[in-house]
Design a protein around this ligand. Structure first.
Ligand code: MYA
Length: 415
């Protein structure tokens, strides 16, 4: 099993992971085999049509009561506008969410980030689902959905993006996760939505594509000290620091932070760019304002405004997701930037992303991460990103894709 808290790869890790992934195709998945998702046995069967696997039912036929939990637990709807609830969710995830394979790092999504990620335009409070212990009222599990319009080839489909599935460490392997997934499915169905998109570090039936994380060291000394990276063969610390050195400020004339007045131009740029991918979000101006307008310690977006024509020609963005460093004497947090959506029409993508690295370094990030989605392959190696040990598998629920996609055919980044 691999996890998307990725760190730099060593070849043994790759070999072990490929072996595990190949074995997982033969595993049985009691729960997932009962769900409307692409099944392993159907891989390569081109007689099956693309599109919804099951038809919607009448809303009156959707189960009206929540699924049953073990008797010591109860459902709760988490009000993410409440600081108290937001803190409870933050602490559950801080202590129990995704770790890397060697348990060295754990995602540490901030309260501000969670509040942003879970309250996009048109969000449903009922899709922020917690489980509490009845006796202590302690929050012990969580799963969320947010609404999104996702285009698959030429169909725009209303979906739920499912994220933050988490069961407290002490309650693992008790089949709580399938109940949580069924409950979020029920609540999504109640809003007359029948498809979903999600990512996971584990192989389940059946990925629409499998992506790789790449890492660009910004603070190589710290990354090596905490075991995120290793000193390369025939490298010294001072040569490594020199290798990753960046200029103090961006090189592109007209490179600046995105502002509210840029929303219409950025929306046009992004819609046009994303139209070339097989699967991508269908963003309107409201979505762009929410998902891409800079917000301190959550999302950073920059664009290039032509100094002559004042036209907006290029755009880049990254989100802030630190990880806790588990059991290191000197450091407790790894500050990571994650590449989000980037569009180049005039500035070469390589130069645009180099400027993104420069501003990320100015903001004191330790590492800049990117998946091999969209056109990212074209800059990863040249900008000194190295492959990570984390794979990220993308999935659709109740929507069949005929052939596995290449990562470069995917125009979707989930948080
Ligand atoms: S991905 C992030 C997931 N979270 C973590 O990795 C945090 C740390 N881990 C945990 O908290 C637990 O290990 C979790 C599983 C909660 C992950 N996605 O209860 P169990 C299946 C889907 O005994 P536990 C994210 O948030 C597993 O294959 N299924 O196991 C996106 C097995 O089923 P089967 C998963 O370890 C989430 C069953 O659960 C995952 O105690 C998208 C075992 O249950 C996983 N990441 O708990 C969710 N991990 O026997 C799907 C394990 O069949 C959304 N399992 O193999 C689907 C769309 C729903 C909406 C539809 C609307 C139309």
């Amino acid at each position: 099993e691999t996890n998307p808290v990725s760190k730099e790869d060593s070849s043994l890790v790759t070999i072990a992971r490929r072996f595990q992934d190949s074995m997982s195709l033969g595993k049985t998945h009691k729960f997932w085999e009962s769900q409307p998702v692409g099944q392993f046995k159907d891989i390569g069967d081109s007689s099956l049509p693309e599109g919804p696997i099951e038809s919607p039912t009448l809303l009156s036929e959707v189960k009206q009561e929540p699924y049953n939990l073990p008797s010591q637990y109860e459902w709760t709807t988490c009000d993410m506008e409440s600081d108290v609830t937001c803190d409870e969710v933050y602490n559950l995830l801080k202590n129990n969410y995704v770790e890397d394979d060697e348990n060295m790092f754990r995602f540490n999504y901030s309260q501000e980030f969670l509040s942003w990620a879970l309250r996009p335009p048109g969000y449903y409070r009922s899709w922020h689902i917690g489980v509490r212990a009845k006796a202590s009222k302690k929050l012990v599990a969580f799963i969320t959905g947010v609404p999104a319009r996702i285009r698959v080839r030429d169909e725009v489909v209303k979906m739920a993006e499912i994220n933050f599935l988490c069961v407290h460490k002490k309650l693992r392997s008790k089949r709580l996760a399938p109940v949580m997934i069924k409950e979020v499915t029920r609540r999504v169905h109640l809003e007359n939505i029948w498809q979903a998109a999600y990512t996971a570090g584990v192989v389940l039936p059946t990925p629409i594509t499998t992506c790789q994380y790449w890492h660009r060291s910004l603070n190589p000394k710290k990354l090596i000290d905490v075991g995120f990276s290793r000193l390369g063969a025939r490298m010294t610390m001072s040569r490594t620091i020199k290798l990753y050195k960046l200029p103090d400020s961006p090189a592109t004339p007209g490179f600046r932070k995105m502002e509210l007045r840029d929303v219409p131009a950025v929306t046009r740029l992004l819609r046009n760019y994303l139209s070339q991918f097989v699967v991508a979000p269908d963003f309107d101006e409201n979505d762009v304002e929410h998902w891409l307008l800079p917000s301190e310690n959550v999302i950073d977006s920059y664009l290039v405004e032509s100094p002559e024509t004042h036209e907006i020609t290029d755009f880049c963005s990254f989100y802030t997701l630190p990880s806790s460093i588990l059991g290191n004497q000197n450091h407790s947090a790894l500050k990571a930037a994650y590449s989000y959506y980037n569009v180049s029409t005039k500035t070469p993508l390589l130069q645009l992303m180099n400027d993104a690295l420069i501003v990320a370094k100015q903001k004191d990030f330790d590492v800049f991460n990117a998946l091999d989605v969209m056109h990212n392959e074209s800059f990863l190696k040249e900008l000194k990103f190295g492959p990570g040990d984390g794979q990220l598998h993308y999935y659709l629920y109740n929507y069949r894709i005929k052939h596995t996609l290449r990562p470069s055919e995917l125009g979707l980044v989930l948080l």
